[in-house]
Design a protein around this ligand. Structure first.
Ligand code: HEC
Ligand code: HEC
Length: 420
């Protein structure tokens, strides 16, 4: 009896293995469409960094050096412990490994990685900012993040001789005659707002101008954060290189099968496309709301916030002419954007767990199961449909996602605080 059950188990295991093996496509069996799709995902085809006409110093090395210093400086926070780098940690691919971000207090969202964001016309999960410099201003004044305010911040800049010198080499001279309260902001608590309202328009304008320049310097630094080629890119480049002797073992059979699913049956490539594996657009994928929160309105509210933001592309602190603000002027705002979040990059995805806008999913396996089930969205509708992937296919898809990890193509000096 005992013997029989063991051989039954052996039989089951053996037949499962044979069946799994049979499910694998043979490498190099890509058709023309698949080949060009794979090619379109390779970093070799990443275009040059797009210009940001709203930021005149986006490519200025002195601005990047100033931004680098600001990025790592905890003095930019109300309790001297929070910097951009506290949440966007270079060693974690500029994410933080937490479900929800922790600054001065716990915030409502998961910290996204900052890799390749210079390519993204919209920032934040809901896209409520339309440039990197404008985005960088928000955490500085958010009570749960840096918890500082623009008057405190520009006072720090004016009182610190290194900052003052670096700033004045990039922008105009800092004013000597500004009579400022110790703390004030139009976005602060009642006291900060009252102090702000007591300032003259000219003083308010000078403060906001210097503040916006801090954001422009930080954005110049952030443009350095770009991904480096991974095992997948090597494979994709090998496929499109017909002349050379092909090296067929760059990806395992399971990884290749996962790639086939990614661009085929699993439909991931519909949204996670181009060399950064994102279409930079907004979709409702039925992710459950963070516990204790209402389901978010997502991009529906985000596009409205971006339009009314005083630091947007059309605003007085932008360096762009209105005709250059195409994204903002022609942004969609239809009802189907309710509950939609920005498609994140999948580059280095193994290093940026947990996942989704609230860190709701802990592992890639859970993410894939989520897509496989495609649960009903609590608000509006889930754009993704159930996939019917078998267990082996789900594992293959995950093994493919693991081929997208690689060191950044960012010079080492930008990955830690400036030396002096
Ligand atoms: C307390 C942690 C924390 C701090 C400090 C912080 N961030 Fe973030 N960052 C987040 C979270 C959380 C989000 C997502 C928020 C959202 O979408 O609503 C985010 C979003 C972003 C984004 C948009 C990412 C995307 O995919 O669109 C950028 C860029 C960014 N932060 C840069 C910065 C910079 C620059 C600083 C410093 C000035 C900074 N952050 C400070 C947690 C933090
Ligand atoms: C309809 C567009 C769409 C499709 C199809 C899609 N995704 Fe996504 N993906 C998104 C959006 C939007 C998010 C962010 C959702 C959120 O946070 O609420 C996301 C998030 C993710 C994340 C988490 C990234 C992070 O940094 O938090 C992973 C991993 C992922 N998708 C993988 C996949 C895989 C694998 C497939 C195919 C099975 C797939 N996606 C199909 C749009 C899509």
């Amino acid at each position: 009896m005992k013997k029989l059950s063991i051989s039954v188990i052996t039989l089951v295991v053996a037949s499962t293995l044979a069946w799994n093996f049979a499910a694998l496509p043979i490498p190099d069996q890509w058709d023309k469409n698949e080949q060009s799709l794979i090619n379109s995902l390779s970093l070799t085809n990443l275009p040059a960094l797009p210009e940001d006409p709203s930021n005149a110093v986006a490519n200025n090395p002195l601005a990047a050096a100033l931004g680098h210093r600001l990025y790592f400086d905890t003095r930019l926070s109300s309790n001297n412990t929070v910097a951009c780098a506290s949440c966007h940690k270079p060693e974690l691919m500029f994410a933080d490994g937490l479900d929800l971000a922790v600054g001065i207090s716990v915030g409502p969202r998961h910290t996204p990685s900052l890799i390749g964001l210079a390519y993204s016309p919209w920032l934040y999960w809901d896209g409520r900012k339309d440039s990197q410099w404008s985005q960088a201003l928000a955490p500085l004044e958010a009570s749960h993040e840096h918890g500082s305010d623009r008057v405190q911040l520009i006072s720090l800049l004016m009182d610190d001789s290194t900052y003052k010198e670096m700033y004045e080499r990039v922008f105009q001279s800092l004013p000597e005659d500004l009579d400022l309260p110790p703390s004030a902001s139009p976005l602060g608590d009642a006291q900060q707002q009252a102090a702000w309202n007591s300032m003259s328009n000219a003083a308010q304008n000078s403060v906001s101008r210097i503040f916006s320049n801090m954001g422009k310097a930080i954005a110049a630094y952030e443009r350095k954060i770009i991904p480096g080629p991974s095992k997948f890119d090597e494979y994709a480049d090998m496929l499109s290189d017909n002349s050379s002797t092909r090296q067929n073992d760059l990806l395992s059979n399971s990884e290749i099968a996962g790639l086939k699913l990614f661009i085929g049956k699993a439909q991931c490539v519909n949204c996670h496309n181009s060399p950064l594996f994102t279409n930079n657009d907004f979709h409702n994928t039925g992710v459950l709301a963070v516990s204790g929160q209402l389901p978010p309105m997502g991009r529906y509210d985000g596009v409205r916030s971006a339009r009314s933001d005083p630091f947007n592309c059309l605003g007085e602190f932008s360096d762009a002419t209105p005709t250059q603000c195409t994204e903002l002027r022609f942004a969609r705002d239809e009802n189907d954007l309710v509950g939609a979040q920005k498609t994140p990059t999948l580059r280095n995805i193994t290093l940026t767990a947990p996942y989704m806008h609230g860190g709701q999913l802990n592992t890639l396996q859970q993410v894939i199961e989520h897509y496989n089930d495609a649960p009903t969205s609590m608000l509006s509708h889930n754009e993704a449909k159930p996939l019917g992937l078998r267990a082996v296919e789900r594992r293959q898809l995950e093994s493919f996602l693991r081929t997208l990890t690689a060191p950044l193509a960012t010079a080492e000096k930008w990955l830690s605080p400036p030396e002096n």
